[in-house]
Design a binder for this molecule. Structure first.
Ligand code: ZN
Length: 174
């Protein structure tokens, strides 16, 4: 496994739509393993392939909190089949928006169809943190970030800070 570089907003690739995958093979499983390692190292609870620069509809998630009880979920070509009317509110962060958090309201429950690590078709009914995490990650596959749900002013403020941070970071590297 190898750790990949996570792309930080603003970056045009984060706004692109990812493409469906045709099959799950060893090459793809290696990519899924790399994504999981990258996510654990960050650390984060979800990562979409586009966040490491690959426009494929592929997500890794692990919302288990304890180090010794890892429970990774690999979602290939996930499709939302149902979203509940009732909503829940979570303070969301994102590995592509380091240091920024905001309360986002989303459907409290969602049902998805997807293909798993072994290439099998699966369905999943999610609620709570998992439902929010799945919706946040599927948004990435459609070029949507959580800041898109905020007011224009708040969103612009966060992007401005990220640009400033990027400049500062590159100064240190030089
Ligand atoms: Zn994210």
């Amino acid at each position: 496994m190898s750790k990949k570089q996570i792309i930080i907003e603003p970056d045009p690739i984060l706004r692109k739509k990812s493409f469906d995958l045709e099959k799950v093979d060893d090459e793809l499983r290696k990519l899924m393993d790399d994504m999981l390692e990258t996510m654990y190292a960050a650390p984060g609870i979800g990562l979409a392939a586009v966040q490491i620069g690959i426009l494929k509809r592929l997500i890794v998630i692990d919302i288990s909190k304890e180090e010794n009880k890892k429970n990774p979920l690999f979602l290939v070509n996930p499709k939302i089949k149902y979203k509940s009317e009732n909503t829940s509110l979570y303070e969301e962060g994102c590995l592509s928006l380091p240091g920024h958090f905001a309360e986002i309201e989303r459907p409290a429950e969602c049902h998805i169809d997807y293909i798993d690590y072994k290439g099998k078709k699966k369905s999943l009914k999610a609620d709570g943190l998992l439902a929010t995490c799945i919706q946040h990650e599927i948004d990435h596959l459609d070029g949507v970030l959580f800041i898109d749900y905020l007011s224009k002013l708040k969103k612009e403020m966060i992007i401005k800070k990220l640009i400033k941070h990027k400049k500062e970071t590159s100064k240190i590297i030089l």
